[in-house]
Design a protein around this ligand. Structure first.
Ligand code: SAM
Length: 629
């Protein structure tokens, strides 16, 4: 196996080019892409796919779109640092809370959480004129973020975007576009994204979601009926939207859920296609007519039933005797099965509960409603007022956070699709409604759904909570406490979370220096040759950074073993085939090298560049994927 110097990737989605190469090798002569050949190849497939007109073509354009695209492809510059003690029940939880700018955090999660998130829900700033939005820095995203953290909104992390700014829509699109693009990679193939929005950006959001997720993957433009409305010109506006896209609609089963039963006639009009036949109903079959009612001859409207033998008499709500009838039975096979006492299901998998006669002698069926497509208008799930009331109940004070979403809305959405051991990611977490909804759903059915939230530490005016991220964490804690108070049954539920914050990288080599100051450059070079890890770094932070860059999720098991005076960090995860071993010591002992060869073959080994002798490099690379920093 090769030994390579561990480098920051040039782009976030290196794999896409590799896929293109694989599909169209002809277009990659000498390693370079020849667009004309690619065009010819595609045209050769006889599909009318190539847009000839490069000046006028379909698609939403705005000032800054090119830059926004680049932002989405930028590799991560920072890392995530574990904030021990900021969460609760930290050792028993898979729930995650990230503090920092969501774009950089989404980039950092690219490798380790690609195709692992089942649901993304976001509620970004709606761009109503008074909303503050994040201003990305292309050159130095993490450094700018760290400089501005903790400052008040206007000069700090968020800036205003008034309607008369001249770039009102463009500014918002430039913020949201790269985030959606990066987030898509994290979704599972059968994953779904929900985005809350109102009339201000609905049209634009729809167009960019079509571009990023594909028009064919739109599931719905849900309307959230707010119950009450606000006067808006000629209409009272009483709704918001939730755009729903699948990552890949073909891979997503129909939404199922809902409660209750369905009752319907089990008869069809007699025709050539649906000829009549005889069926004998046993004594005791439910018959809703009043006692003593007897039907004779034939009855029913266009779907007639004929008496063939026996008597159709009602007594105590059931048939007094067995009776043979003739009709155009709509579900004869299921009737035969059910009356013979077997469990019966229809073609959609819905359980048949009963066949019975109504008071007019019409045969009806009753089924368990197990497959229902939810309606596209969501009603009776509250409004932001009820969201505020929930916060008031938890915090005991008003105005902790403006416009939180109601818990009932979040539960409705999550119930459609989020199952045990699956993550919902909300990277505009606000007060953390999504987390509370997950915790409550799990309480209701002892489920194991998980959440992953991202929130900027935007400074607040409140005395108790310095930043919005502090409010989010406090809300999650309070809702866990609240649940425990309501029901202190000892059930094993994941009621905790771990906090990580966005920080600068621990690996000096990745930082680079683009200035012209020779002294600084020389200093940097000296440092490079001495150590590639920054002085203040803790080993565990370096290991976490390396794990994330090598595709190991944060719930990987990490242990340290001591071998011949070397400390070896071993990370393993059920979804990653081979382990990661990290050694941050200045020198790797010969025996340690042998031990690694024997125990961790096929795994990845990362160590400092000058910790290995040439001999060791050769030996280790025979069995392991060796990378140096
Ligand atoms: C509309 S609120 C979400 C409210 C949330 N759904 C609730 O129920 O409480 C949007 C949140 O996104 C946060 N935000 C804005 N830009 C962000 C960014 N770049 N990274 C992380 N969070 C951001 C804001 O601070 C705000 O708290």
């Amino acid at each position: 196996m090769p030994i390579e110097e561990l480098k920051r990737p040039d782009r976030i989605d290196e794999d896409r080019i590799a896929k293109l190469k694989e599909l169209f090798p002809e277009a990659f002569g000498d390693g370079k892409l020849n667009i004309e050949i690619l065009k010819d190849e595609i045209e050769g497939l006889n599909v009318n796919l190539i847009e000839d007109n490069t000046e006028e073509y379909y698609g939403l354009q705005w000032v800054g779109k090119k830059e926004a695209r680049k932002l989405a492809l930028l590799p991560p510059q920072g890392t995530l640092k574990y904030k021990k003690g900021d969460g609760i029940n930290e050792s028993d939880t898979k729930n995650l809370f990230f503090e920092g700018d969501n774009l950089e955090i989404l980039r950092i999660l690219q490798k380790s959480y690609a195709n692992r998130i089942k649901v993304i829900y976001i509620d970004p700033p709606y761009n109503r004129g008074e909303d503050l939005i994040y201003k990305d820095d292309y050159k130095d995203p993490v450094e700018k973020y760290l400089q501005k953290t903790g400052q008040m909104d206007e000069e700090g992390l968020l800036t205003s975007n008034p309607k008369d700014s001249g770039r009102f829509h463009a500014n918002w699109l430039n913020m949201i576009y790269p985030r959606l693009k990066v987030a898509k990679n994290l979704l599972k193939e059968d994953g779904v994204i929900f985005v809350s929005i109102d009339h201000n950006e609905m049209a634009n959001l729809r167009r960019i979601m079509d571009e990023i997720f594909g028009e064919e993957n739109l599931l719905s433009e849900l309307i959230w009926d707010l119950g009450t409305g606000t006067q808006a010109g000629h209409f009272v506006r009483a709704h918001e939207y939730i755009l729903v896209y699948a990552k890949n609609k073909d891979k997503l089963p129909n939404f199922s859920g809902g409660e209750g039963t369905i009752e319907h006639s089990a008869l069809k009009k007699i025709s050539k296609k649906n000829p009549s036949s005889h069926f004998t109903f046993p004594k005791g079959t439910r018959f809703e007519a009043v006692d003593g009612t007897e039907l004779k001859g034939e009855w029913g409207g266009s779907e007639k039933t004929f008496l063939i033998s026996g008597r159709m008499i009602a007594e105590n709500g059931v048939l007094k005797e067995s009776v043979t009838l003739e009709a155009g039975w709509a579900m004869k096979g299921q009737m035969e099965q059910w009356f013979s006492g077997k469990e019966t299901f229809d073609s959609k998998g819905q359980k048949v509960l009963e066949f019975y006669f109504n008071s007019s002698g019409v045969l009806k069926y009753k089924k368990e409603r197990s497959v229902v497509n939810p309606p596209s208008i969501i009603k009776d799930v509250g409004s932001t007022k009820s969201g505020s009331q929930t916060l008031m109940d938890l915090f005991g004070e008003n105005d902790v956070f403006d416009f939180p979403k109601p818990i009932a809305l979040m539960k409705f959405l999550l119930r459609l699709i989020l199952k045990d051991n699956e993550y919902v990611l909300d990277f505009f977490a606000g007060s953390g409604t999504t987390a509370q909804a997950v915790l409550e759903l799990n309480r209701e059915d002892l489920g194991k759904r998980r959440f992953m939230l991202v929130q900027l530490p935007v400074k607040t005016n409140l005395e108790k909570y310095n930043t919005i991220a502090d409010i989010t964490k406090e809300r999650i804690k309070k809702s866990i406490e609240h649940l425990s108070r309501e029901d202190d049954q000892k059930v094993i539920l994941d009621e905790g979370f771990v906090v990580y914050e966005l920080d600068k990288t621990n690996i000096r080599k990745w930082e680079g220096y683009e200035g012209e100051n020779l002294n600084v450059l020389n200093q940097n070079l000296d440092l490079f040759t001495s150590t590639s890890i920054i002085e203040e770094a803790n080993d565990i932070d370096v290991v976490t950074e390396l794990m994330l860059s090598q595709g190991f999720p944060l719930d990987s098991s990490v242990k340290v073993i001591e071998k011949s005076s070397n400390s070896l960090w071993i990370a393993q995860h059920e979804d990653v085939p081979f382990p990661l071993v990290v050694c941050l010591d200045g020198k790797l002992q010969v025996e340690t090298g042998r031990f690694l060869n024997d125990e961790y073959g096929k795994g990845t080994f990362i160590c400092l560049d000058n910790a290995l002798s040439n001999e060791q490099k050769i030996l280790l690379s025979e069995s392991m994927n060796v990378k140096t920093i």
